[in-house]
Design a protein around this ligand. Structure first.
Ligand code: GLN
Length: 303
């Protein structure tokens, strides 16, 4: 069956599921997004793209931005970040601080919030503008110069971001931040507020399906770095549901509380889905179902 037909069918099939779960409301301006939206896009590593539903509507990428900040840090400075953050699944929610104190201020992985704050801090030191460099990478790789921050979402998160403030201060108390807490958080909230469509995100993530080769055809990451980021996405990208995600979808993936998920089929394509209603682990309910259907139908899982 043609890929476009597969995507059309899946988007049709998940429609009854769009009422399941709940739109994230702890960031109040995210809570206003209607749960009935759904989009899906597949960007093949050699160019062709297909999509269905609201695949061209922008949404808040939230934690999906953590993949790109990590990729940038690794591109500048391959290994040193791993002295400051582990790469083990946490088995706890994305915003948990439980293990941070037990582990002397070293977060379990770069995709839980504590780890992402450390990565943003490193990127800030390396570039002087962490959020701006994530935006620059996403614009360049997607080919869409209009990608931008959503100032309202960033402000809304800052106003209600008590856990992230607490986490950043705890990291700083262990000496695991190089920059002022306020500056790290400002950059983190901004990178999370970036608005992109499934189409933009699939194109921008394609370098992970092309063993690190950027949209322009030059290496952005080495094949090894690309492999390692995919590995961390597989084991940690969907937090305390990473085991379930590997079981159902069988791909490296990264979710965000805006309802987006990026999944990578190494060597073949990047797949993105967006459905704002989330399950208990903060991942899109319909999005996971769509990716499950996608790998089941195409056989394109890594297993
Ligand atoms: N900005 C969100 C937060 O820090 C990102 C969380 C997510 O998408 N899982 O809480």
């Amino acid at each position: 069956m043609e890929l476009q037909a597969v995507v059309d069918e899946i988007v049709h099939e998940v429609q009854p599921m769009l009422g399941e779960g709940a739109v994230a409301s702890y960031i109040p301006s995210l809570g206003q997004v209607p749960a009935g939206n759904f989009g899906m896009c597949v960007a093949m590593s050699d160019g062709p793209v297909c999509g269905a539903g609201q695949w061209q509507d922008p949404f808040s990428i939230q934690s999906i931005s953590k993949v790109f900040s990590l990729a940038l840090v690794m591109s500048y400075d391959y290994d040193s970040i791993w002295k400051r953050v582990f790469r083990e699944p946490s088995g706890t929610p994305f915003n948990s601080m439980l293990q941070l104190e037990a582990d002397n201020g070293i977060p379990r992985n770069p995709f839980i919030n504590a780890g992402a704050l450390v990565v943003t801090d490193r990127l800030l030191t390396l570039t002087g503008d962490a959020a701006g460099s994530v935006r620059g990478l996403l614009r360049k790789e997607s080919g869409n110069p209009a990608i931008d921050f959503d100032d309202e979402v960033a402000a809304s998160e800052a106003q209600h971001g008590h856990r992230n403030y607490a986490m950043a201060h705890l990291l700083a108390s262990y000496g695991n931040l190089e920059n002022p807490v306020e500056l790290v958080l400002e950059n983190y909230f901004k990178q999370c507020s970036l608005r992109m469509s499934c189409e933009d995100l699939a194109a921008a993530s394609r370098f992970l399906a092309r063993h690190g080769v950027s949209a322009g055809g030059t290496p952005f990451l080495s094949p090894n770095q690309s492999k390692r980021i995919n590995a961390v996405m597989l084991t940690c990208g969907t937090y305390d549901a990473a085991g379930e995600f590997a079981y159902r979808v069988g791909l490296p993936g990264k979710s965000g509380v805006g309802g987006g998920i990026v999944a990578i089929v190494p060597g073949r394509c990047a797949v993105t889905v967006w459905g704002p209603a989330l399950g208990p682990n903060g991942n899109s309910v319909a999005g996971i179902a769509a990716l499950d259907a996608f790998t089941t139908r195409t056989g394109w899982s890594i297993f």
